[in-house]
Design a protein. Structure first.
Length: 385
């Protein structure tokens, strides 16, 4: 197989036009992997009108594809109870952030926290509200059966830096004494689209490795040192499945739903853990406990969960967020959104678990809601245009 090196130029040539759409109270499309769409500037009123349909819509949002199935269920369950209809487009985290900056939707959704520069472009305080906890899993294709592959932070980094090129490398063998590893080449598979999953994975590698932090660093698009590129979780999983000796990264819910082989990763406490709900939730709880004394504003939930402390913590975890600017949104719509979040993080938690997502730890969810309830009561009454 001729494996093509992934470059930034390759990614820029990739069309990113796939998206999903749900309209509460109307028709819905099935969730798909979606990439970033490049949209031209438009008047906020006309863009908002394009979002809506003849069905009455109270709130509009767009962005991350990872939580799409969860948000679809939440919005559909909530609509008849509260008489609030929410229109959401699954277009990718980058588009969710752009909606907020361009004021073309009431809220965005992202798996990638906004940068300080992006926050300044909004021109108003922005809240990052975590709605669930996600994770990135490492999947692989090795002959034979046996215990799950074990990987440490330094070994995983060197695989994706191209420094470990054979599966029977002495460092891999030392981590996996109960497995007979083949002499096959290590075939790295990466995302070549704009991806929140890539951001989380590269954030982890940059956190545990100074070499990775210097270059290529963290981002939703990465100049991978080695690797064959694929689009979406489906693309990475498909290429790994058909390539003996391949290793790649995918979103953990997708991995579990598709019964992919998953590596156990050594965490900061020295334990090998798998990307299961308890271990993923433990990462969030440990980071929030560590940060409890330092958070003074709601947008301080713009936190990285990678390489979390604690014996049970899975090391490549992340929040997924709804982002909105209350002073831009105005009091009536802000109240609608906050009321929805109260329902979602309490009554909607059973839906979260039933779909395979990881709910926020109860202490985290309650703290989020308390912070939302402390929003100023002097917000503008009407949405500014």
């Amino acid at each position: 197989m001729n494996l093509k090196h992934v470059t930034a130029a390759t990614r820029r040539r990739t069309a990113r036009v796939v998206f999903g759409l749900i309209i509460l109270g109307g028709a819905s499309c099935s969730p798909r992997e979606a990439e970033r769409r490049n949209t031209g500037s438009a008047d906020s009123d006309s863009a908002r009108a394009a979002f809506a349909t003849s069905t009455r819509v109270d709130l509009t949002g767009g962005g991350a594809t990872f939580p799409y199935p969860l948000y679809a269920r939440w919005f559909n369950e909530y609509a008849p109870q509260a008489q609030v209809r929410i229109n959401y487009r699954a277009e990718g985290s980058g588009e969710g952030i752009r909606h907020l900056i361009n004021r073309t939707a009431d809220f965005g959704a992202t798996d990638v926290p906004m940068t300080d520069a992006q926050l300044r472009r909004v021109g108003a305080p922005v809240l990052h509200v975590p709605t669930a906890v996600g994770a990135v899993a490492i999947t692989y294709n090795l002959p034979g059966s046996g215990r799950p592959l074990r990987l440490s932070a330094d070994v995983l980094t060197d695989i994706f830096l191209g420094r470990i090129t054979r599966w029977n490398d002495a460092r891999l063998a030392a981590l996996n004494p109960d497995r007979v590893l083949p002499a096959d080449s290590v075939i790295v598979v990466v995302r070549d689209d704009d991806s929140g999953t890539s951001y989380i994975f590269s954030d982890y590698l940059a956190t545990v490795s100074m070499d990775w932090a210097r270059s290529p660093g963290r981002g939703s698009t990465v100049d991978w040192p080695v690797g064959s590129g694929a689009q979406g979780n489906e693309g990475v999983a498909g290429l790994v499945k058909q390539t003996v000796g391949a290793i790649g990264y995918v979103e953990a819910v997708f991995a579990r739903q598709n019964r992919l082989p998953l590596a156990h990763l050594r965490n900061r406490a020295g334990r090998f853990v798998s990307p299961m709900p308890y271990e993923i939730a433990s990462a969030a709880a440990q980071v929030l406990e560590r940060e409890a004394g330092s958070m003074t504003r709601p947008n301080d939930y713009r936190l990285s969960l990678v390489d979390a402390p604690g014996p049970a913590s899975y090391p490549i975890a992340s929040f997924t967020w709804l982002v909105f600017a209350p002073t831009v949104l105005g009091e009536p719509r802000t109240r609608q959104l906050v009321d929805f979040l109260h329902w979602a993080l309490r009554d909607g938690s059973a839906i979260t678990s039933s779909l395979g997502y990881v709910t926020l730890p109860t202490s985290v969810a309650e703290d989020v809601l308390q912070r939302l309830d402390q929003l100023p009561t002097t917000l503008p009454r009407e949405h500014p245009h």
